[in-house]
Design a protein around this ligand. Structure first.
Ligand code: ADP
Ligand code: 5GP
Length: 210
């Protein structure tokens, strides 16, 4: 039987700021260390304990614009007043190795990745309410009050884009949201398109022995 090469999954997570996306991403990556995380480029300053090269590649505006001009991004967007972008080369390298790749990007970026990777799985994380979203953003304690205000103002438009996603996860209870994200990920891995040759190889083997 020929060696079966499993293709990697493009798993995209979007949410309004403060909905709990980074928390869910961390939990999924801890449980499935084989998943590659797409480390984005951003012009915003590091927040809290964020590390360069791990959470983001923190770059200045000139470097970001030069990369954009050079066509190095699979997608990019201006979000809450800063630039964010996904470099193409590392993502393609991971997918070519059969690794699944997780993206934490905004709704504009998700729409661009939908075009670039039509087989990608798009998940939107919803907060239980706008009041709770505000509580979480302020409770995180990493953003200046005007940054929190801007992020809350943008939340409505971001949530309005949620119905274009493949899956909606309501993050009221963190453990349940985590279970649901795991379920989406595990189900996505079973799609026939990601398992080329599996059925044909099985039938061919049957032919050899039949
Ligand atoms: P995002 O990445 O979407 O901006 P974070 O993951 O940083 O959001 O979460 C924002 C804050 O909300 C953090 O302090 C996090 O601990 C908290 N949080 C995340 N999920 C929940 C939840 N289900 N219930 C209560 N607090 C939560
Ligand atoms: P934060 O500043 O809270 O880390 O992220 C702000 C927003 O930018 C979030 O919605 C996050 O998902 C999004 N974001 C992070 N990286 C990228 C990226 O590479 N591309 C796009 N389009 N959005 C991103």
């Amino acid at each position: 039987m020929s060696e079966r090469v499993r293709r990697g999954i493009v798993l995209v997570l979007s949410a309004p700021s403060g909905a709990g996306k980074s928390t869910l991403v961390r939990k999924l990556l801890r449980e499935f260390p084989g998943i590659g995380y797409s480390v984005s480029y951003t012009t915003r300053a590091p927040r809290g304990a964020e590390r360069d090269g791990v959470d983001y590649h923190f770059v200045d505006r000139d470097r970001f614009l030069a990369m954009r001009e050079a066509g190095e991004f699979a997608e990019w967007a201006e979000v809450h007043g800063n630039f964010y972008g996904t470099a193409k080369a590392p993502v393609l390298a991971l997918l070519d190795q059969g690794r699944d790749v997780l993206f934490d990007i905004d709704v504009q970026g998700a729409a661009q990745l939908r075009t670039a990777f039509p087989e990608g799985v798009l998940v939107f994380i919803l907060p239980p309410s706008l009041a709770e979203l505000e509580r979480r953003l302020r409770g995180r304690g990493t953003d200046a009050p005007e940054v929190v205000t801007k992020r809350l103002e943008n939340a409505r438009a971001e949530i309005a884009a949620a119905e274009r996603f493949d899956f909606l996860i309501l993050n009221d209870d963190l453990e349940r949201a985590c279970d649901e994200l795991r379920a989406v990920y595990l189900a996505a891995r079973l799609r026939p398109g990601l398992r080329p040759g599996l059925v044909a190889d099985l039938l061919a083997e049957w032919g050899e022995h039949g």
